[in-house]
Write a protein that binds this ligand. Structure first.
Ligand code: 5GP
Length: 120
């Protein structure tokens, strides 16, 4: 799947849509989810154009992948959820339930997040 430059997170990165930023640097943007599922629900995205975790893990330099996850850990610490713990989610592709085709991880915390997957 090729990268769609009109996806909603690309628009957020270009400043075309407002967001509630919690962290920004040269590599990543972290902002609050518009429809929070927990007291803390933050999305972290790389600034590079990657559709999903699959693309990011395959195509980004290993150093960039490592730096991204180091920053995710730091952002969670800065949000104050690392002590009690949090859940990191990277919905990937259709079966993963990914809605926005720009790689992102969800940091969910501030309460017990519950069972890993709801059985259907
Ligand atoms: P996905 O299902 O792709 O892993 O998650 C996409 C997430 O993006 C959802 O949790 C949804 O609430 C969030 N989202 C969608 N559009 C916007 C938006 O315009 N702003 C923000 N802050 N979050 C959004």
């Amino acid at each position: 799947m090729s990268y769609d430059p009109n996806n909603i997170f690309a628009k957020i990165l270009r400043g075309e849509i407002p967001n509630d930023t919690v962290h920004e640097d040269e590599d990543v943007l972290a902002f609050r989810d518009i429809n929070p599922q927990a007291p803390v629900h933050v999305l972290v995205i790389p600034k590079g154009e990657y559709v999903s975790l699959d693309d990011f893990a395959r195509d980004a330099p290993a150093e960039a992948v490592g730096r991204f996850f180091a920053k995710v850990g730091q952002i969670a610490r800065d949000l104050g959820v690392a002590g009690e713990g949090y859940r990191l989610i990277a919905n990937t592709g259709r079966h993963g339930g990914q809605e926005v085709p720009h790689f992102h991880v969800h940091i969910l915390g501030g309460r017990s997040i519950g069972p890993m997957v709801v059985k259907r």
